[in-house]
Ligand binder design. Sequence first.
Ligand code: NOJ
Length: 548
Amino acid sequence: MTQHLGRARTATSTAGPGPQQDRTGWWRNAVIYQVYPRSFADGNGDGMGDLAGVRSRLPHLAGLGVDAVWLSPFYASPQADGGYDVTDYRAVDGRFGDLSDAAALIEDAHGLGLRVIVDIVPNHSSDQHEWFQRALAEGPGTPARERYHFRPGKGEHGELPPNDWESVFGGPAWTRTKNPDGTPGEWYLHLFAPEQPDFDWQHPAVHDEFRTVLRFWLDMGVDGFRVDVAHGLIKAPGLPDTGSSGQLRLLGNQELPFFDQDGVHAVYRDWRRVFEEYPGERIGVAEAWAPNSQRTALYVREDELHQAFNFHYLQTGWDADALRAVVTESLDAMRPAAAPATWVLSNHDVVRHRTRLGGGLPRARAAALLMLALPGSAYLYQGEELGLPEVTDLPDEARQDPSFFRETGQDGLRDGCRVPLPWTSGGSSYGFGEGGSWLPQPEGWGELSVSAQTGDPDSTLELYRRALRLRRENDDLGAGESVEWLPAPDGVLAFRRGGFVCTVNTGDEPVELPARPGQLLLASGTFDDGSLLLPPDTTVWWTTGPAA
Ligand code: NOJ
């Protein structure tokens, strides 16, 4: 077991205090940086990122000023869905290293004052998982099948899927099996790719298994878990038809019989008890696509998980009224649960926000400063601190997103945000690694690299560094649970938090502020401090001195 962080932003051990004496609330305003291990840094030169690569680049994250690192899955996996198809939850995939690399990474991160959150994938396993292979081999009616959702098909010969559920990646959510004797058999449920069969969480063995997996990683010293498809574990009794057709969207908010069922909350109450066995406030973060913020807030009740991603915020366009509404609604929804709101602009499943918001780099920078000014916890996705755009011209033969290969899928939209990071202006894979890169990096990627941007005061990297430093120094940034909206011209957002004011112009034209809000702290773009003219796509932070 590695040392565990005892206090926010320090690197001391908590060997002494028990669970109740160690409440720092470190996660309430933490900035958490998502590492997608395949694409972050490649330590062994095989073209794919790995844990040794992540470890070697931890100083970049500490220097950036984030509080924690969330690692997308690095567990044993055939990689049918970038590692979200796990065969062994207690093993590191050989492509990423081994358990000693994970231990060293956790220890180094803690030594640098960074907490470590790992992904856990409880909704489904890989089809190569020992349990699923045994279920296939033992055949219909055997206990081995009860840990997944196997059902006979409809139609005269069972040739039709058991219900009308669609996979998030396109096509039916059911695949037919062959019986051990080779004849066509039952169907099994997979809300994602066919290589990702859904567990049946009505089975106690599934609960037991995940409890021990949590303890395994908690014993390794991790500070928390990002819970994949947290809203999907429990399906409505009888698996009723949805009655609708149409492609499910990733991060969608439809009401469906397989998502956001009330029964999921018992699982997280149980998990919370496991977290509480450990010192140092180990946390759970729900990836829960719920129909609204009120439903999302149920995942972060006092005895459940600590945070839930705010996909409603991520899906909001660059529009002052819409942003004001989603910020207010998110804060209002979380307040009764006494949980922090969270904010996120990009992750490994969506088009990078520099491209998605439609305004290029100036808008991306303005959006980042808005997000980092809000109360609660912010999630950064690797490369956004470099202002990376979505890569939109990947050749078909390079793509790996499973949805690209499904007839009715979502066009492999996720590969373009997963292109390996540029660390240096030149050299092999722009410093990603010595052996090329599993997705091609575009021309000019090196100009966006960490080394090219370091020391350039106008670079996006230096903007993030300054913003995160100010956020640490200024208690009115990040902490708290509300904002005070100030009167503002059309297209402008303005809010106060204690002695801090944030102004954002989402429009296409410069806008004159009614009054000078305070002293300039930071601007996302060119801003003439002598004037009150807020340029388009610009966020400015102001200090008004001590809070009233
Ligand atoms: C959500 C993850 O973020 C995504 O990458 C994955 O494909 C699905 N869950 C299925 O695990």
